[in-house]
Design a protein around this ligand. Structure first.
Ligand code: ACO
Length: 327
């Protein structure tokens, strides 16, 4: 007789990948009217990684996914669900998740992309968590991967200093205990034009126009909404779970801007050393940013099994969300 047990998802492996090529702030000084001092002071960014010409989002995703699968001791054939968060897919279709599935040699598991820009990983984690909670699958590969360098106008100093390429991944497995305690995801489409790429498929097919196919951002307006929204979603998550900020071991925030990260950490009254910061090394990698930061802190031994981690992200849409996770 089947027993109706509560089923949760738990992170059993993490992975990350940054392309070899590094572009420093000093390199950017030679490309646009900017300075290392301005970029560091306003964003905390020191360098970013850029995919090689022949490297695609699926290539980056594969590296991160293989590392996460190794850490989880799971073979690619054993994956039951693949969700890839990306804003920079290899092709219009098939999805990057299907391209990743092909590379990994997995056949038959459902595979699809989630598009929520910088909040993509939190959205994807939330989706995969629901699949596992309902018992539909027993495990899931969740990847955030981006080649943002392909949608950047490298002559626009307002955006080009902020972004980079990379991929991060986690493997989730069903567990009697959480794991992913809760996720909260939100969106408000009224902010479309504060952060967007004008061209696409249906409205304005991608043309050779650099401006049409590049990211546009009204930075200081995005900044204000991001700070307020991230504080709200962090508070919402903790209140709904009856958790006091002092119960948290780690904040793993979206890595867009050190000032936004610091503001959220201060709001939660966390010590600076409880906040995982990697934005200095890879800039804003959108959907890859949270899993890259998580992976770094897991691999260097800061995040230990049993620790309570709050992840949060904010991005184009606007979209935002959080995940409260017992490691
Ligand atoms: N180098 C030098 N000067 C610059 C640069 C640069 N790279 N970029 C802008 N400036 C100038 C501006 O032109 C402006 O000059 P002005 O005063 O003469 O007009 C001045 O610096 C100040 O600009 P602000 O926009 O007020 O600077 P701010 O302190 O807001 O910092 C920044 C800009 C870093 C973009 C910040 O607003 C920010 O981080 N915004 C949020 C980004 C974010 O979080 N995005 C998350 C989602 S991303 C996604 O979903 C894809």
């Amino acid at each position: 007789m089947s027993q109706n047990k509560h089923q949760f998802s738990r992170i059993i492996g993490t992975g990350g990948y940054l392309p070899e090529k590094v572009l420093t702030n000093h390199d950017l000084e030679k490309m646009v009217d900017t300075s290392d001092a301005w970029i560091r002071e306003r964003t905390g960014i020191e360098q970013r990684h850029i995919a090689a010409e022949n490297q695609t989002t699926a290539d980056l995703a594969e590296q991160a996914a293989r590392q996460a699968l190794n850490a989880a001791s799971l073979t690619p054939e054993a994956i039951e669900l693949i969700v890839v968060a990306t804003t920079t897919p290899d092709k219009i279709f098939p999805s990057t998740a299907c391209l990743l599935q092909q590379r990994l040699g997995n056949h038959g598991a459902p595979a699809f992309d989630v598009q929520a820009v910088c909040s993509g990983f939190i959205y994807a984690l939330s989706v995969a968590d629901q699949f596992i909670r309902t018992g539909a699958v027993n495990n899931a590969l969740v990847v955030g991967a981006e080649t943002l360098s392909r949608i950047i106008d490298w002559s626009d100093r307002n955006t080009c200093v902020l972004f980079g390429d990379g991929a991060g991944a986690v493997v989730l497995a069903a567990s009697d205990e959480p794991g992913v305690i809760n996720t909260h995801i939100h969106a408000d489409g009224q902010y479309e034009t504060l952060l967007h790429v004008p061209s696409g498929v249906s409205k304005k097919p991608v043309t050779d126009s650099l401006s049409e196919r590049s990211m546009h951002m009204r930075g200081s307006e995005v900044f204000k909404v991001a700070v307020n929204t991230l504080s709200q979603v962090a508070t919402e998550t903790l209140e709904k779970n009856h958790i006091h900020p002092s119960d948290l071991d780690w904040l793993v925030p979206h890595q867009a801007n050190k000032r936004i990260i610091d503001a959220t950490g201060r709001k939660l009254k966390l010590k600076p050393e409880q906040v995982v910061v990697t934005v200095n090394k890879h800039a804003n990698t959108s959907a890859a940013s949270v899993p890259l930061a998580l992976n770094e802190a897991v691999r260097d031994g800061r995040i230990q099994p049993g620790h309570l981690v709050l992840m949060e992200a904010f991005g184009g849409g606007f979209t935002w969300g959080s995940a409260l996770v017992r490691m």
